[in-house]
Every structure is written in C-alpha cells, then in structure tokens.
Design a protein around this ligand. Structure first.
Ligand code: PMP
Length: 368
C-alpha cells in the first residue's frame, strides 16, 4: 500500500498548499534568528528548576492544578514589581507560550464570522492565529517609518470594527515600542465597536528606560489585555510559558476555551522556579540591552540603517541584497532572520562574543 500524500487528505480548504510556520533550526555556531536569550540558563537556576520538577514528578499520577494557583500568584507579584502596576492573581492567565495564550484570546473573542486586526510589518503569527480560529484577518497600515500614530490607529479601528485588535509593543520585527497614547486611542476607538484590545509585550522587559508598560493602563479598562512571555527575558523559551494580565472577567472568558489541565505540572514547576530567580535572570537582560544598543550603533557606523530598538533584537535596512548578506553570515556560521521587508534583516542581540562574531562577519560582507 502506498503512503497517502497530504494533498490526498480531506484537509480544510484554507490549509491547502500552506507552509507550516517556523524559522530554520540549523546547527550553527552563532544562532541569532529567533530572539531567544542566548546566555545559558545560570547553574543556580538550573538546580532550582531541577528540584521543583523533581518534586512535581512525584505527583504526576494526578492531574496538575488546573488553576495553576501558585504560578499565577508569582506571575502577579513579578509583573507588579516589573511594571509598577498593582496586579492580583485573578487577573493572570497563562498557557504553553504566549502563542497559546493568544489562541485562547481569539477562541474566546474572535472565531467564525469575526475579525482580527494587526498592523504589518508585525509578528507573522497573527494572521495564522486568525486562520486557526476561522476568523478574517485585517491588515492595518503604519507610517512609512513603521511607527503608529494615535489618530491613525483609532481611525482604522473605527473604519474596520475588528473584534480583536493586536498591538505589538515592542514590535517584532521593527523593535520599536508604542507610546501609550496609541494604546489609549486604540482602546477608546475599540470601545465604540465592542473590540478587545491586546497589547503583545513579549519583549516588554527590554524596553528603554523611562518608557511605561501598557500594564499600567489596565485599571478601569476591562477590554484591555496585555500579554507577556517567559521565552525572552526569562531565558525559558524551551519551557513554554506565556501569560497575560487583564480584568478578572477576561480570565473567566478564557477558562471557557482552554483544554482541561493545559499547563502540565512540569511546566508549572519549571516556571515557578524560574520566577523565584527573576533577579538573576534579569541581570542578563541588562547585558543583552547593552549588546542591542551596540548593534544599533555599530550597524549605523557601517552605513546601514538600524531602527531604534526597545527589544532584544535589531532590524536593519540599507542592504542591496539582503538574502546575499544573510547567506554570507550563514556561510560564516551565523544565523539571523530574513525579514519580510525588502533590503532588511533582523538580528537578535546575543552575548558579547556572539554580537562581535555577527558584527565582524557583517563588516567582512560589506567590504566584500
Ligand atoms: N509575540 C511576539 C511578538 C513574538 O515575537 C513571539 C515569539 N517570537 C511570541 C509572541 C510568541 O512567543 P512564545 O509563544 O514563545 O511565548
């Protein structure tokens, strides 16, 4: 019997001829393509995670705490300290990565016959989340320099009346964060059309000093949701823990769509242990920010056009042939990201030696 091919299966029509999402995972020396923290997990954090996971292992005959109570308490305390916004455990929701959290949001507030709007160039998963829940996707627009203005964002929401609007701040791949005026204008416009507003702050901890998180806007705004992840600042991409803060009624809505026991006891244990070591892990955030600012300054010195960044990566333009530059770097053992913007590439800020490795290779490419 011959194996059936994908094309022969009764697949949903909109999935035909689609490619799965995913950046290359290649065995290279310097991997700066998916905005991970490239520092190893510090040994004391490894020990703490191993200890918690070991304790959880003894309970695996039982289903995990469906309400992930301890984790929610720790996430609320962490966010309160990080942002200055007073948050309680009943305002927190979590999932296996902020990808799953976003899927829960769309399952609850978008769905068939409804629409989801975001503003490209932005995180390329947003249209795919919409497709996954059978919603229409609306691509909003930005200014030519990729910034967003309060009046313009509000006008687009008033015009299109999406059911969910996603603002990404700091934005992937451009790196810039939104002024809270934009979030406020979007929220006020969204209230008129029964729209939920999501601010994706996956890179929130890397924001420039003096800027505020949208978490501080939650009081009095029951239709605002702010998502975060432990994949970036906490160096826990492999642990798969994303979360959000919103009004308690929003977390009640998400309980309606989550699968039972969606957060395993192992995941809860690992994330809890990492949160207990937030201070150690945040020391690396400071080091990464130094390398991020160095990337902007040195790429600029090379005559390229880096964008200012509030994230752990830098988008840069000014390349005649971005693919050729990407290939040169790869041949040198350095993997970065091809952006969906002509002439541009995106590079994650790594450790100091990794960043040097990238900058040297970039210089050698330009001096050709
Ligand atoms: N939002 C943004 C803007 C991202 O860049 C990413 C990951 N690259 C995510 C969400 C998802 O991250 P995770 O599922 O690992 O939390």
């Amino acid at each position: 019997m011959t194996e059936p091919r994908l094309a022969d299966l009764p697949l949903r029509d909109e999935l035909r001829d689609q490619e799965p999402y995913g950046a290359p995972q290649l065995p290279v020396r310097t991997m700066l393509n998916v905005n991970e923290t490239t520092y190893d997990v510090p040994p004391d954090v490894v020990d703490a995670i191993a200890k918690e996971v070991r304790a959880a292992a003894a309970t695996l005959n039982r289903y995990p705490d469906r309400e992930f109570t301890v984790l929610r308490q720790k996430l609320a305390a962490y966010l309160t300290g990080e942002s200055g916004a007073e948050l309680n455990a009943d305002q927190i929701w979590a999932g296996n990565g902020s990808n799953e959290v976003m899927q829960h949001i769309l399952q609850a507030f978008a769905g068939p016959g409804r629409s989801v709007m975001s503003f490209p160039p932005t995180y390329s998963m947003y249209p795919l989340y919409a497709r996954g829940v059978y919603s229409d996707y609306i691509a909003g627009t930005r200014s030519a320099d990729f910034t967003q203005e309060p009046d313009d964002v509000a006008a687009q929401i008033r015009e299109d009346r999406p059911h969910v609007v996603i603002l990404c701040s700091p934005n992937n791949p451009t790196g810039t964060s939104l002024s809270l005026d934009v979030v406020e204008a979007a929220y006020d416009a969204a209230l008129e059309s029964d729209t939920m507003v999501v601010v994706d702050e996956a890179y929130g901890e890397f924001r420039q000093p003096g800027t505020r998180s949208a978490l501080t806007m939650l009081p009095g705004r029951p239709r605002l949701i702010v998502t975060r992840t432990m994949s970036k600042a906490f160096a826990l991409a492999g642990g798969r823990l994303g979360y959000l803060a919103a009004a308690p009624a929003v977390t009640d809505a998400l309980r309606l769509v989550r699968l039972p026991y969606h957060l395993s006891a192992i995941t809860q244990a690992a994330a809890t242990a990492a949160l207990d070591h937030a201070e150690t892990l945040m020391a690396n955030v400071q080091r990464i920010k130094v390398q991020r600012d160095r990337l902007v300054s040195e790429l600029n010195d090379m005559g390229l056009n880096p964008y200012p960044s509030d994230a752990n990566f830098v988008l840069f333009g000014g390349l005649q042939d971005a693919h050729a530059a990407w290939q040169h770097l790869l041949d040198d053992g350095i993997l970065i990201r091809e952006a969906a913007i002509t002439g541009h590439l995106r590079v994650t800020a790594g450790t100091e030696p990794e960043t040097t490795d990238f900058l040297n290779s970039m210089r050698s490419y330009l001096n050709g």
